[in-house]
Design a protein around this ligand. Structure first.
Ligand code: NAD
Length: 305
């Protein structure tokens, strides 16, 4: 039986990964401080260790468990918090990640998979959809931290021989995404529309995003776990660009919302466009086409209902 540690396994994406590894008969150990995650998301067949990755006790779990693979999903995920306190963001998203990488190397872990962010590290598109070769110009401390970890991963791979893979996610949505906080526009819209509350769009709503269903993010992670030859960085996106206004219309239709959205001033530094070319991983790993928003919005809304 293979063993994996999933950091952030009580969170949205991490908990779906935990389910997938359990389904494949892996022993799964979750490290999570439950800051934004929820114990109820954790598969009962997984072992939850409540610990903060900044605490050396969390790293000691790696020595004890001796995993084959570490999937590092835990992060300070709020871009605006990273702007308000870049130092605190870096303590979690850079320094704790680096210590985990070092520990993975020392403990002879076979593979280190990291939740990076295509949306945050490329910046405004010089061309679209953005491939893995797109210039890297993060526009937030959160994006800088994701990119810094990717650089450390390259060092550990090229110089120290640790197999590392960065998964550059687009905007992920699906069941279990938190509707609290500022991120996760689909979760926020679904929650508010179903409770008949007004919905506010920052800016004119013409800004676009690439919405990728969490099931496709899981499939991408399983592919990079199973294909041991895959290392480096891979986009996980659909290549389809959707404006926030079009998203609003589609969700209003599915929830029976008739009220128009309110508009607030655009948030400073918010990207106008973001869309990822995910074909490199799909071709290399033989994955099918990602689900369309028109197919996967309904199950997402049903979850929030
Ligand atoms: P989430 O908030 O649901 O999950 C993050 C998990 O990490 C939570 O369970 C939280 O409790 C845990 N955590 C946070 N700080 C921790 C710490 N110091 N020690 C231990 N655990 C800690 O968010 P998510 O959307 O599931 O994001 C998962 C990963 O994917 C993150 O690394 C995020 O940056 C990345 N990502 C997400 C998206 C997206 O659209 N959701 C896009 C790109 C990248």
């Amino acid at each position: 039986m293979k063993t994996i540690i999933v950091t952030g396994g009580a969170g949205f994406i991490g908990s779906h990964l935990v389910d997938a590894y359990i389904e494949r008969e892996w022993r799964v150990v979750v490290i999570d401080n439950l800051s934004t995650g929820d114990q109820r998301n954790v598969n009962p067949r997984a072992e939850l260790r409540v610990a903060d990755l900044r605490d050396p006790a969390a790293l000691a779990i790696v020595d004890e468990v001796k995993p084959d693979v570490i999937s590092h999903q835990a992060a300070q995920v709020d871009v605006r918090k990273s702007v308000a306190d870049p130092g605190e963001d870096a303590e979690i998203n850079i320094v704790a990640s680096l210590r985990l990488l070092q520990k993975a190397h020392d403990a002879r872990v076979k593979r280190f998979i990291f939740a990076s962010s295509g949306g945050a590290i490329y910046g405004e598109p010089a061309f679209a959809p953005q491939t893995e070769e797109h210039p890297l110009q993060p526009m937030s401390p959160y994006g800088c931290a994701k990119l810094a970890v990717e650089h450390y991963m390259n060092y550990f791979r090229e110089v120290q021989g640790l197999a590392t893979v960065a998964m550059r996610y687009a905007n992920v949505y699906g069941p279990r995404q938190s509707s609290r906080g500022e991120a996760g526009v689909i979760a926020i819209f679904a929650d508010r529309m179903l409770r008949k509350l007004d919905v506010t769009i920052n800016g004119d709503g013409g800004q676009t995003r690439d919405f990728v269903y969490v099931g496709d993010v899981v499939a991408a992670n399983m592919a990079t776990t199973e294909h041991m030859e895959l290392t480096g960085a891979f986009n996980v996106g659909t290549g389809v660009e959707t404006s926030i206004n079009d998203l609003y219309r589609a969700m209003a239709h599915l929830t029976g919302t008739t009220a128009p959205a309110n508009h607030a001033p655009a948030k400073a530094g918010e990207q106008i466009r973001s869309v990822l070319d995910g074909s490199k991983l799909r071709k290399t790993a033989g994955l099918g086409r990602p689900r369309l928003l028109s197919d996967a919005l309904q199950p997402t809304i049903d979850y929030f209902r």
